[in-house]
Design a protein around this ligand. Structure first.
Ligand SMILES: C[S@@+](CC[C@H](N)C(=O)[O-])C[C@H]1O[C@@H](n2cnc3c(N)ncnc32)[C@H](O)[C@@H]1O
Length: 376
């Protein structure tokens, strides 16, 4: 959206920023560049480190503070104010405030660039103690005319929609990049687009985290008691996240479910491949999720065969696509077109914080249009 950002707030003129910065998974940088070149051809790639990129914005175009980058692989982004460097964190914090030029921020987000490839030796992207420490320093050094809620707690709560956020990315211990954005959708309200999720002790696989994050990001309008099918359900962490929300889950997988999941009264297991399941088993299913360890075209083909069947009425989807090869990232727009072609008018995709080399597609119909009178 084009709008005015180089405006005054009564305290003088603020320069419109010339750059935007992006944080992403280590390994996704090329995918970010390709999709920005496609969607925003006037942006010019400027600088990158693993998991961190900057782009020069075109001159004479001004973007709204809640500008939507529409990127699948950017986990977070902000208008850049530049960087501060040094070995004195308190001094860096004071310099950071000076760069804001009096913008009326209501909250501070601090997060690190990813330290390694997600999953490498168990690495999980997320907020670090150092991020909380820098957040505390920025709170302590805020100028007298800025009245922010203090304490690290605000990093553990989502920003309110419309709040202007002061962003600080710890690119290195002695190099922080500062920026700002306005909170809008669910992920722009969390520091670095990362939700504070912790794997529950009873979760039988880390797929719980992926499903929980996918449900919160997508905000799919699934009502309690809904019937959800999950293709690739074993051992069952994702099913646990669905069951905990009160859904009835049909798990489809030739592999065994964890006994804690198969014993749940609202869980049914079809111990087969999706292609071996009769279509009538899906008649009462309104939501379909898939997380198979196969190439994207296989997943899309398996889901297409179900949702396009005349007697099946699936309102929405949550699909994990494994990018078995990084070059498949270039085909994401075609994957989304294919899903739209099945009749879904709301389609979005994102590489989630808890993903490895994979993305999630959320798709649904609004309003819901049934093809047939079958099913309830
Ligand atoms: C990443 S695991 C799924 C993790 C699971 N969602 C959880 O919450 O624990 C991938 C699963 O896909 C299953 N799978 C692969 N091809 C399949 C197919 N054609 N139909 C059903 N399941 C399939 C595998 O057996 C495997 O259990």
């Amino acid at each position: 959206m084009v709008a005015e950002i180089g405006a005054t707030d009564g305290r003088g003129f603020m320069m419109a920023p010339s750059f935007i910065f992006v944080t992403c998974q280590v390994g996704s940088e090329r995918a970010v560049k390709v999709e920005i070149a496609r969607r925003w051809p006037k942006f010019r790639f400027a600088y990158s480190r693993p998991g961190f990129l900057t782009f020069k914005l075109p001159e004479k175009i001004q973007y709204a503070e809640d500008f939507d980058l529409e990127s699948v692989f950017a986990r977070a982004y902000a208008f850049s104010l530049g960087k501060v460097q040094g070995a004195d964190p308190a001094g860096m914090a004071r310099q950071a405030w000076a760069m804001l030029e009096g913008r009326a921020v209501r909250r501070i987000h601090v997060w690190p660039r990813d330290a390694a490839v997600a999953g490498h030796r168990g690495y999980q992207p997320g907020l670090t103690p150092e991020a909380f420490e820098v957040h505390r320093l920025l709170c302590e050094t805020q100028p007298p005319d800025v009245h922010l809620p203090s304490g690290a707690a605000e990093m553990r709560n989502p920003a309110r929609r419309g709040e202007l956020i002061f962003d600080c990315v710890l690119v290195d211990r002695e190099e922080w990049w500062l920026g700002f954005h306005k909170a809008a959708g669910p992920v722009t309200r969390w520091p670095g687009g990362m939700l504070p999720l912790e794997l529950p002790a009873e979760a039988v696989s880390r797929a719980w985290l992926k499903m929980e994050e996918a449900l919160r990001w997508s905000e799919l309008p699934i009502s309690p008691g809904a019937r959800v099918a999950e293709i690739g359900s074993a051992p069952g962490g994702a099913s646990q996240a669905l069951l905990a929300r009160g859904y009835d889950v049909l798990g489809i997988d030739p592999a065994a479910m964890h006994p804690a999941v198969s014993a749940h009264p609202h869980f049914t297991h079809l111990r087969r491949r999706s292609t071996q399941v009769r279509r009538r088993e899906f008649r009462k299913i309104r939501w379909l999720t898939a997380d198979m360890n196969v190439a994207p075209n296989y997943t899309l083909q398996a889901v297409e065969a179900i949702v396009t069947h005349p007697e099946v009425n699936v309102r929405g989807l949550l699909l994990t696509l494994k990018l078995t090869d990084w070059n498949l990232a270039d085909q994401v727009p075609e994957y989304l077109d294919r899903v739209r072609g099945w009749g879904y008018n709301r389609v979005r995709a994102r590489q989630l914080q808890h993903h490895r080399q994979e993305i999630c597609i959320a798709a649904w119909q609004s309003p819901f249009r049934r093809k047939s009178r079958h099913g309830s």
